[in-house]
Ligand binder design. Structure first.
Ligand SMILES: Cc1ncc(COP(=O)(O)O)c(C=O)c1O
Length: 410
């Protein structure tokens, strides 16, 4: 590629210039990615990496997916990327209809990110609490949860480290212990209007909800007239092996939030609601300029069609079974390093006795991208199109990394 065609600098320059110009809100690895194919990413110096991070559960169709690229190009070629929500656009309407079909829920609000979707859900919950002249404002969320970085979303996030130095937070949000129904019961009072929970906690360390816990929450919400709201930003859109993780539990929420993989990599978020919750927000209550824009929604239609034809979810379940078995194999070979394997579908984690960052760095060095979650979990959220051969490749790199950590166990 000659200088004219190249739109980026050599990698060391990108990193150095980034450190000068970009606010230091991330601990970034000194790598810049410029292209991808399949499940492989290419950095600015041409090195290839097998990607088991997928932009943290975003790039569900991998890189260079033909139908996604074609759909996005069609919108670009039409010249209209965005039109105001003063008007309808066919892509948003189709995406909403596909979401209804995939979820059996009733109505959709589109936005641009997970935090934004959760803000919408928190507002909807508060308005629900004001119905019929009421004034219920309390929302219960879970310890170790993660719901995003805006004010409502950090308040809903049950981890002190995200609150530090940002008080005062949103009032009347309380935290219960995840998977501990008695802890939730202890927090419910006459002020409570909603419970928000991730069916599989992601940032908290890949912790699936116990089925009985979600069932008990559903019953409680029905009995006490509370909204049950599932944050499926990370675990939704096929990652669990079903379009939405709650479908693997058979526990349907009143409100579900989505983002990340919703549009296959184009920024998009959604709040989906059913029953009474679907008609609470009225004109003037909520809005997002870019929500439902044509480009993102054309991506969402491709993603949702892939989920609905069943093939993608079948593939996730098959590769997941293979992957989990391989991780158990690694765990039994290195019991001093890997102490637990957990998760569902292609949202998997291995709890480590060593800092995950050591493994993440060593794997990256060897051409494999993996991430951490919580403080001691190695997280795998690859593109949903990942193959068993690529799982083998990742496992052999991790085997090599683990062997350097405890050489005498090999
Ligand atoms: C469960 C969950 N909710 C919300 C968010 C926030 O999403 P966003 O970064 O798009 O605002 C995340 C991001 O990691 C998440 O995992």
């Amino acid at each position: 590629m000659n200088k004219e065609e190249r739109i980026y600098e050599p990698m060391s320059d990108i990193v150095a210039q980034g450190r000068e110009a970009v606010m230091h809100t991330y601990s970034q690895f000194p790598v810049a990615f410029v292209s991808g194919h399949g499940r492989t990413l290419v950095d600015a110096d041409g090195k290839e990496y097998l990607d088991f991070v997928a932009g943290i559960a975003v790039n569900a169709l991998g890189y260079g997916d033909e139908s996604l690229s074609a759909a996005l190009k069609r919108v670009i070629d039409g010249g209209l990327l965005h039109c105001s929500n003063l008007y309808w656009n066919p892509y948003a309407v189709s995406a909403a209809r596909l979401l209804k079909q995939a979820s059996g829920m009733d109505k959709v609000f589109f936005c641009n990110s997970g935090a934004e979707a959760n803000e919408a859900a928190l507002k909807l919950a508060r308005k629900f609490g004001h119905l019929d002249g009421g004034h219920r404002t309390g929302i219960i969320t879970m310890e170790h949860s993660f719901h995003g970085r805006t004010y409502g979303a950090i308040t809903a996030t049950g981890q002190d480290k995200y609150h530090k130095d940002f008080d005062p937070l949103l009032p009347r949000i309380k935290y219960a212990a995840f998977n501990d129904f008695s802890s939730v019961l202890a927090q419910v009072d006459d002020d409570t209007c909603a419970i928000m929970v991730e069916p599989i906690q992601g940032e908290g360390g890949i912790i699936p909800a116990d089925p009985e816990f979600l069932r008990a929450l559903r019953t409680l919400c029905d009995e006490r007239n509370l909204l049950l709201m599932f944050d499926e930003v990370q675990c939704g859109m096929g990652r669990s092996g079903q379009p939405f993780a709650w479908q693997t539990y058979g526990v349907k929420p009143d409100v579900m939030t989505l983002a990340k993989a919703l549009a296959g990599g184009v920024p998009a978020g959604a709040m989906v609601a059913c029953g009474i919750a679907a008609d609470i927000l009225q004109p003037g209550d909520h809005a997002a300029t870019f929500g439902g824009n044509l480009l993102a929604m054309s991506g969402a239609c491709v993603m949702l069609e892939r989920l609905l034809d069943g093939g993608l979810c079948d593939h996730v379940r098959a590769v997941s079974a293979y992957f989990i078995k391989a991780l158990h194999g690694l765990q039994s070979k290195y019991p001093a390093i890997a102490v637990d394997v957990r998760g569902r579908g292609l949202m998997l984690g291995v709890q480590l006795t060593v800092p995950p960052r050591i493994v993440v760095d060593a794997a990256m060095e060897r051409g494999l991208l993996v991430a951490s979650a919580g403080y001691d979990v190695l997280r795998f959220v690859p593109p949903l199109t990942v193959t068993t051969a690529e799982v083998d490749q990742a496992m052999s790199i991790l085997d090599d990394v683990f062997s350097t950590l405890v050489p005498d166990e090999k």
